[in-house]
Structure formats: structure tokens, C-alpha cells
Design a protein around this ligand. Structure first.
Ligand code: FEO
Length: 171
């Protein structure tokens, strides 16, 4: 049985994952409208993946005796200065999610809630994978600079990138 504090903390995380899904969707629209087709497809998949993260938490809260709350949708950011800034915002968002997952793990440890601690390990691994993916994209963008041809190739690359990510670890 979840403590009230843990239930509230998990519901707060449900809201964050829901917001991440909305933010990726807004980013997909930004990319699509600027001709970054591959990136747009990649971001649509990320949006779906975040919704899956949200649902996995949602089912867990109900299964563990709490009451999952369907979050309201905060308005995500819809404009970005550049392709590179978009990925900087993504990395910062994912780092923020990782911090909150770590805080949830600490709370589970404090409360000796081994079930929730065990459940959260999937998110710990997922965040490591996501942060690493976005760091590597930003590294490529630093090398590319303003080379339009290289940017075009990166966009093509992203079309296939992450296509199966998540599905192999999906619930
Ligand atoms: Fe579910 Fe990428 O945070």
C-alpha cells in the first residue's frame, strides 16, 4: 500500500510525464513546419513514449492501492530559436525528469517501500538512455555548426533513431 506522501509524489510524476508528452508534440510541430521531417517523426515517437511512461505510473498507482489522477495539460513551449536550442531544451527537460525520479527513489528508500523502489528502477534505466541519446545528438550538432548539408543528414538519421527505443522496455 502506498503512503499518502508517495501517492502524491507519484501523481506529481504522472503530471510531469504528461507534460513531457505535450512538450514533445509541440516540438514535433515546430520541426515539421520547418522541413525537419525526420526530426518531426522522431519527436512524435518521443511524445508517444512519454505518454507510455505516464500510463505505466498511472497503472502502478492504482495497482498499489492509490488513486491515479489524470493530469491537466499545461501549455508547452512552442517556439525555439534554432534546431540546436530545441535539443538543449530537451536535454534540460530530461535532466529535470531524472532528478525527480532520483528524488522518488530516495523517498521509496526512506519509507522502506521496496515495491515502489523496484518499480522505479525501470525509470532510472530509461532516463540514463534518454539523457545519453540527447547528449549524443547535441555533440553532433556542435560538430555540424551551420553546415546545412550535415544538418539535412542528421535529420534523415533521426527519422530512424529511437524507432524501437522504448518498445523493447515497454510494460
Ligand atoms: Fe519520461 Fe523522458 O521522461
Amino acid at each position: 500500500m502506498l503512503s499518502k506522501e508517495m501517492e502524491a509524489a507519484l501523481n506529481a510524476q504522472i503530471e510531469k510525464e504528461g507534460f513531457a508528452s505535450a512538450q514533445y508534440l509541440a516540438m514535433a510541430s515546430w520541426a515539421e513546419n520547418r522541413g525537419f521531417e525526420g526530426t518531426a517523426q522522431f519527436l512524435y515517437r518521443q511524445s508517444d513514449e512519454e505518454r507510455m511512461h505516464m500510463l505505466k505510473l498511472f497503472h502502478y498507482v492504482n495497482d498499489a492501492g492509490g488513486a491515479a489522477i489524470s493530469p491537466g495539460v499545461a501549455i508547452p513551449r512552442k517556439d525555439f530559436e534554432s534546431f540546436r536550442e530545441l535539443f538543449e531544451v530537451i536535454l534540460a527537460q530530461e535532466q529535470g525528469v531524472s532528478e525527480r525520479i532520483n528524488a522518488l527513489v530516495s523517498l521509496a528508500t526512506e519509507q522502506k517501500d521496496h515495491t515502489t523502489h523496484n518499480f522505479l528502477q525501470w525509470y532510472v534505466a530509461e532516463q540514463l538512455e534518454e539523457e545519453s541519446l540527447f547528449r549524443s545528438i547535441l555533440d553532433k550538432l556542435k560538430i555540424i555548426g551551420n553546415d546545412g548539408g550535415a544538418l539535412y543528414m542528421l535529420d534523415k538519421d533521426l527519422q530512424g533513431n529511437g524507432a524501437n527505443k522504448g518498445s523493447k522496455t515497454a510494460p
